[in-house]
Ligand binder design. Structure first.
Ligand code: ZN
Ligand code: ZN
Length: 156
């Protein structure tokens, strides 16, 4: 992401029925190589941009999908079934927006990749921090967010 990129950031699902808007800078950008994300994204990895929940607004009819595991909600456009965002119980102050939904998706380059244990061997993502599994602790996640902020919005 370029320095000076200013919120709000807008986006839409494939069919346009779901519209999103985020009024804050991201906490973090990630690529996840897990097998679940490969299936979700029909690709080699998923792209997530993590935003403060209170900065996020969404309109349009959605349904929940995925495995419907307790504490993890995955929201999809009810019409085109495009994956929009996830929210994890206990981390209610963050939403995990699928980066591809954003109009300016290309500028939210992944800063961290996770779950490289399950990575397709040919899938290379140029990131600053790489994890074989998920970051082990909340402290580790918070230090990644601090490193992300220092790199992408150092003037805050
Ligand atoms: Zn749609
Ligand atoms: Zn994943």
């Amino acid at each position: 992401m370029k320095n000076g990129l200013n919120p709000p950031f807008e986006g839409a699902c494939l069919c346009g029925a779901v519209q999103v808007c985020v009024a804050a800078l991201p906490f973090l950008t990630l690529a996840c190589h897990c097998r679940g994300c490969q299936k979700f994204s029909a690709s080699a990895f998923s792209l997530t941009t993590m935003f403060p929940s209170e900065s996020f607004s969404v309109t349009g009819a959605m349904i929940t999908g995925g495995l419907k595991t307790h504490g993890r909600a995955h929201y999809f456009c009810k019409s085109c079934l495009n994956f929009i965002y996830s929210q994890i119980e206990g981390a209610d102050h963050r939403i995990n927006l699928r980066t591809s939904v954003l109009h300016e998706a290309a500028v939210f380059e992944p800063f961290v990749e996770v779950m490289t244990d399950e990575k397709m061997p040919w899938a290379e993502v140029p990131v600053s921090h790489s994890f074989s599994q998920s970051p082990a602790s909340l402290d580790e996640l918070q230090s990644l967010m601090a490193a992300y902020a220092a790199r992408y919005h150092p003037h805050l």
